[in-house]
Design a protein around this ligand. Structure first.
Ligand code: S3P
Length: 172
């Protein structure tokens, strides 16, 4: 069993396509940290895709599942928690995130985001609006909440995974 690097959790937040999952994978491979991919665990436990959860039960139900998962993770440490893009939109989720450890916001320009999300079809909030203006608008509406939740903000445009992780580890 590898020694635990951190006695707290690292919570990654940011817009869809900001790089949360990619950076989580990298931290898992390089530092042998456990990763909790919130969307993936929620989909797995519900036995349906994120799109189907939204369609069947609605967004609020999905947000409740996110809150519960953040509370559940507080009993663990050295875990990278990769949040859904909308997780910090709920004030109580931000409170539960902070109890987990350090909150890291990954940012990218709308053009970069569009490029990263264009081939994925399980993001119900943008599936029918994959354009730069729509993404820019939603991002702008969310910006203040993302920034208020974050302990550390990392811009990802034009950086590779290694550069982003180096910056993250330096600033933790
Ligand atoms: C959402 C982002 C998605 C997923 C759901 C809602 C959002 O996560 O949780 O589609 O509100 O921004 P990703 O950021 O992993 O795409």
């Amino acid at each position: 069993q590898a020694r635990k690097l951190f006695n707290y959790n690292i919570v990654l937040i940011g817009f869809m396509g900001a790089g949360k999952s990619t950076i989580s994978d990298f931290l898992k491979n390089v530092f042998a940290m456990d990763v909790v991919e919130m969307d993936q665990i929620i989909a797995q436990r519900q036995g349906m895709s994120i799109s189907d959860i939204f369609e069947t039960y609605g967004e609020q139900y999905f947000r409740d599942l996110e809150t519960n998962l953040l509370i559940e993770m507080q009993s663990r440490s050295n875990v990278v928690i990769s949040c859904g893009g909308g997780t910090p939109m709920r004030e109580c989720n931000v409170v539960e995130m902070k109890k987990n450890g350090r909150v890291v916001l990954l940012t990218a320009k709308p053009e970069t985001i569009l490029d990263r999300v264009k081939d994925n079809h399980d993001r119900p909030l943008i599936e029918n609006n994959k354009t730069v203006p729509f993404i820019a608008d939603l991002m702008e509406k969310r910006r203040a909440k993302y920034e208020a939740a974050a302990d550390i903000i990392i811009e990802t445009d034009g950086k590779n995974e290694l550069e982003i992780c180096e910056e993250l580890v330096h600033r933790l």
